[in-house]
Write a protein that binds this ligand. Structure first.
Ligand code: SD4
Length: 338
């Protein structure tokens, strides 16, 4: 637990004075934990992404948009940044493997016409978000899984490669010494990346990509590739995405419910908070589940956005013309000590 406390402290300090440049203006951010709800942004386009690795992802997506690329291509390009980064242990190449030592990836993408593409339990392909986009564009299906997803990727020209880096393998071998099934979430602040975007025409789209919970059982699929759980949007209403313990998000159809609450008139903040609290209520044993963490981000048709998490430490990156690319600490229900 002390690790988590240190991490939370570090996160708070890390965000003080963060300054980022994004082809527009430089910003210095001074708010930290419990920052004001930022629901007054009315600019388009706007991109929001989970965690610190959302910053470079947003930056790339923004660049693509400015170069006139279609929204889905821009989302894909942004998400490929953390997927390719060997230092991010929870996404793509360099992600932690399952308990058998296999890196298995989940990803999905969705556009404003509710077209969806998704891959789950995909091995050996560095950019699952790109395969998910091809599923959307080139198949009559929404989701391909495992060997079939790999076969499809290869038929589309993707190249199979080893995604287990020496560092991730070392950590896995260390874990094997005790071999406890304890998904490690939110400790080092580099988790699943989910991205939501409202483009200049006022259309929504989103994506999500992850290597999932570390040391998961072989074959386990989380919420991230599941439309309605890890990601959902309705172009009439808004978009939502999740990070954290996938099982908890699937149980509550998390992202779909956040969007549905926005349809009923709730703000992004109110919707994220209500579903997070629903998850809390459904896990009465949360004290025995010290790894239980979920976080949601949401963006509505007006460009209003919010993030909210069950436990402290969740943050998300926001990028728009007015304020550039910056981090916001999400409000939360409880700390890791509660
Ligand atoms: C999963 N939701 O596989 C993913 C992991 C994650 O923050 O988001 N971690 O359950």
């Amino acid at each position: 637990m002390s690790n988590r406390r240190d991490f939370i402290k570090k996160t708070a300090l890390g965000t003080i004075g963060i300054s980022t440049i994004l082809g527009c203006k430089e910003i210095a951010k001074n708010e930290t934990i419990g920052a004001e709800i930022n629901e007054n942004t009315h600019t388009k386009p706007i991109i929001i992404s989970t965690w610190n690795h959302g910053l470079p992802a947003n930056e790339e997506t923004w660049k693509q948009l400015k170069n006139g690329k279609p929204a889905l291509d821009a989302i894909e390009a942004g998400m490929k940044i953390p997927e390719a980064d060997p230092n991010i242990r929870s996404v793509g190449y360099g992600g932690y493997p399952d308990r058998e030592g296999k890196v298995t990836l989940d990803a999905c993408i969705m556009d404003h016409e509710s077209n969806c593409g998704s891959v789950s339990f995909l091995q050996g392909i560095k950019h699952p978000i790109s395969v998910a986009k091809r599923v959307l564009q080139n198949t009559p299906h929404v989701m391909l899984s495992g060997q079939g997803a790999l076969q499809f990727a290869l038929s589309e020209g993707f190249v199979e490669e080893n995604l287990l880096t020496a560092e991730a393998e070392k950590d896995w071998k260390k874990w094997l010494e005790e071999s406890k099934y304890k998904p490690v979430i939110n400790i080092e602040n580099h988790d699943t990346i989910s991205m939501l975007m409202l483009d200049k025409d006022g259309n929504l789209c989103g994506g999500c990509t992850t290597s999932g919970a570390a040391w998961k059982m072989h074959g386990r699929v989380g919420d991230s590739p599941i439309i309605g759980a890890g990601l959902f949007l309705d172009n009439e209403v808004g978009a939502a995405a999740a990070t954290g313990l996938g099982e908890a998000v699937i149980r509550t159809a998390g992202s779909a419910m956040v969007v549905e609450l926005m349809r009923q008139g709730k703000s992004p903040f109110e919707a994220c908070k209500e579903i997070t609290e629903r998850i809390y209520d459904k896990h009465k044993n949360h004290k025995d589940m010290e790894y239980l963490q979920v976080g949601f981000i949401a963006l509505n048709k007006n460009g209003e956005h919010a993030g909210y998490s069950l436990r402290s430490g969740f943050n998300y990156a926001i990028c728009d013309e007015a304020q550039g690319n910056r981090m916001e600490d999400a409000q939360f229900k409880m700390t890791w000590d509660d």
